[in-house]
Write a new protein. Structure first.
Length: 305
């Protein structure tokens, strides 16, 4: 197995995790969690989403959260954006790293953003041109591909559906690609195969894996991803998250579990395990007590499962 000396964990709990919480969280609570994660050593974090406040009230405070997060020294704070308006708001708040998520199938993409894949790719081009027109200095765009391994509406997703998005992103000069197992159906061979396929077609691409743990395959898929050359993984504190358009899909792989595994394998993450578990306890108290993290359950004195 190929094991890299270091891995970057991108904490997505403040965005992907908080969006599925059943109530609007106070801004102060969000900032407490972000600060706790930062104090644990997290330096890459998706802190919010610049979507319509009417559509997603949880992120009505996106501007304030982004500005406060950016006060933390050396934190690479990123945000999800759905369109050009989202880009404009993100840039105005100081964000210089954005992710545009496109579903690999028309069925999922229509449910998620009310556009076909082709329309979302056109929107991605508009965003890329806007960044270039503004000089593009220091602004990074990531193309996130949702349901890259399986769709709740269409079933198995053929690899060429992913090729279509990656090829268009590459043509726009976007080299950061996130492959999302949105509903947690991927297997290690699938993960390795798709990563190798993307790398073979676009050697310049930097691939991130965004994995969910619906069927308990998340960490196994991390190992397969590392063996295929991936060194960046999204994760959410406590295993927060899910997908509003995929019934039954559970949260992201837990940052606490991922960090524990990697550190035990001798892979550097820059994240302190005990401080991270303290962040998880804060999330359990202030956000949701129903967390899937095995490491956190053991730390809190409950039985591992």
């Amino acid at each position: 197995m190929r094991v890299p000396p270091a891995v970057t964990i991108v904490e997505v709990g403040p965005r992907d995790g908080f969006q599925l919480v059943g109530r609007v969280l106070p801004t102060a609570t969000k900032l407490r969690v972000i600060r706790a994660l930062y104090d644990a050593g997290v330096r890459d974090m998706e802190v919010t989403s610049f979507v319509s406040p009417k559509a997603v009230p949880q992120f009505a405070d996106a501007d304030e959260v982004a500005r406060e997060a950016l006060r933390l020294t050396d934190l690479r704070a990123s945000a999800l954006i759905p369109n050009l308006r989202g880009l404009e708001r993100a840039l105005a708040a100081g964000i210089r790293s954005v992710t545009v998520v496109i579903g690999a199938t028309d069925a999922f993409n229509s449910a998620n953003v009310r556009m076909t894949v082709a329309q979302s790719l056109d929107q991605l081009a508009v965003i890329a041109r806007a960044v270039a027109g503004a000089g593009g200095e220091g602004v990074a765009i990531e193309a996130g591909i949702a349901v890259a391994f399986g769709c709740p509406y269409s079933g198995i997703v053929p690899p060429d559906a992913v090729d279509r998005i990656v090829d268009r992103a590459a043509a726009l000069g976007i080299v950061s690609i996130s492959l999302g197992d949105t509903i947690g159906v991927a297997t290690p061979t699938q993960v390795a195969g798709l990563v190798e396929r993307v790398a073979g077609r676009h050697p310049e691409a930097h691939v991130t894996l965004h994995l969910h743990d619906t069927r308990g395959m998340g960490l196994a898929n991390v190992l397969a991803g590392m063996d295929a050359g991936v060194t960046t993984f999204d994760a959410a504190i406590g295993g927060l998250g899910g997908c509003p358009f995929a019934p039954g899909a559970t949260g992201n792989i837990a940052t606490d579990d991922l960090n524990h595994m990697l550190r035990g394998m001798g892979v550097e993450t820059g994240i302190d395990e005990q401080a991270l578990l303290a962040s998880g306890r804060l999330v359990a108290e202030a956000v949701s007590p129903d967390l899937a993290s095995h490491a956190l359950r053991v730390a809190r004195g409950g039985p591992a499962r």
